[in-house]
Design a protein around this ligand. Structure first.
Ligand SMILES: [Zn+2]
Length: 287
C-alpha cells in the first residue's frame, strides 16, 4: 500500500510536496522520483527499498496507475515523448511503451532495416517513397511504396506497398498499431500524389487483419509459382506460397505526380517478381 500522496491524480507531485507523509516502510518523508530512463526501461529512486518494492508491485498490478504515476513524475517532459502504456514485457519487467510516431528514415536505413528484420523477402533496389514508424526513439517498422511489381498493373495510376516490415525482436506491445499506421500513411501519401489505387500482397496464411481494419479489400488470389518445378532452387521461400492481393481505392484531388508509364520499371528488380509475374494468376492477366 502506497500513501495517498502517490495518487497520480492528486495535485502536486510527490517530489514537490512541501510536507510529504512519513513513509510506511522507513518512517522518513516519503520520496519517489525517476532516477534513470534508457530506451524503454526506467529506474525509480525511493526513500527506501520497502517503498520501492511496493511501487513496483502496484505498477505491475495496475498498468493504468503505473502510467499515471510516471506522468506525475514528469516522464513526458523529461524525455520529450508521450507515454502510451506501461507494460510488463515478461522479461525485464515493466517497460515504457511510447506513443508511436511516423517519421523519416534514409533509404540506406530502410534497406538495412529490411535486411535485418525481413530478409526472407529480399531488399528492393528502388521505390517511390517510404516512411518509418518509431516507438520513442526505437525504429519499429518501415513501409516502402513503388510501382506494381506485376507489370500488368503498371501504368494505371496504381502503386504498391512493396514491403511493410515490422521488427519482431522487441516486446510485442511496442509494435501494437505500427502496421496499420504505416498502411494508413501509404494510402494517404499515394492519394496525395495523385494515384487512384494502392495495392499490396499478403501470404495466404496471413489473416490480413490489419488491412481489413484499415479499409483494404481482398482483390485477387495469386497462386505461388512452381510447386511442380524441380529445376529452380527454393531461394525465396515466399515465392512458393499463394498470395492475396489487397487494394484500396483512392480519391486524389489533384495529380501532382503523374501515374507511372509502363516504361518506368524501376521496381522490376524487386525480389517479389518471382511470384507475381511468373505464377498463375487469378483476377488479372499475368504480364
Ligand atoms: Zn521509505
Amino acid at each position: 500500500m502506497i500513501g495517498d500522496d502517490y495518487d497520480p491524480g492528486a495535485t502536486g507531485t510527490p517530489t514537490s510536496c512541501t510536507e510529504p507523509l512519513p513513509c510506511l516502510f522507513c518512517g522518513a518523508p516519503e520520496f519517489v522520483e525517476i532516477h534513470e530512463i534508457w530506451g524503454h526501461e526506467f529506474m525509480l529512486q525511493t526513500c527506501c527499498e520497502g517503498l520501492h518494492q511496493q511501487i513496483v508491485q502496484d505498477m505491475d498490478d495496475d498498468p493504468v496507475w503505473a502510467r499515471a504515476l510516471l506522468r506525475r513524475l514528469k516522464i513526458e517532459p523529461l524525455t520529450g515523448q508521450r507515454l502510451r502504456r506501461v507494460v510488463d514485457d515478461g522479461c525485464v519487467g515493466m517497460i515504457l511503451d511510447w506513443q508511436l510516431q511516423l517519421g523519416s528514415a534514409s533509404a540506406g536505413q530502410v534497406r538495412r532495416f529490411i535486411a535485418r528484420h525481413h530478409a526472407h523477402c529480399g531488399i528492393p533496389t528502388a521505390w517511390r517513397f517510404h516512411r518509418a514508424v518509431f516507438n520513442g526513439r526505437t525504429l519499429m517498422g518501415v513501409a516502402i511504396v513503388g510501382n506494381p511489381v506485376a507489370r500488368a498493373l503498371s501504368g494505371r495510376g496504381i502503386v504498391e506497398v512493396n514491403r511493410l516490415c515490422i521488427r519482431r525482436d522487441t516486446p510485442a506491445a511496442l509494435r501494437w498499431n505500427a502496421a496499420s499506421m504505416l498502411y494508413g500513411w501509404c494510402a494517404q501519401e499515394a492519394e496525395r500524389r495523385g494515384f487512384q489505387k494502392i495495392i499490396t500482397y499478403t501470404r495466404i496464411d496471413e489473416p490480413g487483419t490489419t488491412l481489413v481494419a484499415s479499409g483494404w479489400l481482398k482483390e485477387a488470389k495469386i497462386r505461388g509459382r512452381g510447386w511442380h518445378s524441380t529445376r529452380r532452387p527454393r531461394s525465396n521461400a515466399n515465392g512458393w506460397i499463394d498470395k492475396i492481393r489487397w487494394s484500396r481505392a483512392l480519391h486524389p484531388r489533384s495529380h501532382s505526380e503523374p501515374p507511372p508509364r509502363r516504361s518506368e520499371t524501376s521496381c522490376e528488380a524487386s525480389m517479389l517478381t518471382g511470384w507475381t509475374t511468373v505464377g498463375s494468376v487469378f483476377g488479372f492477366t499475368p504480364a
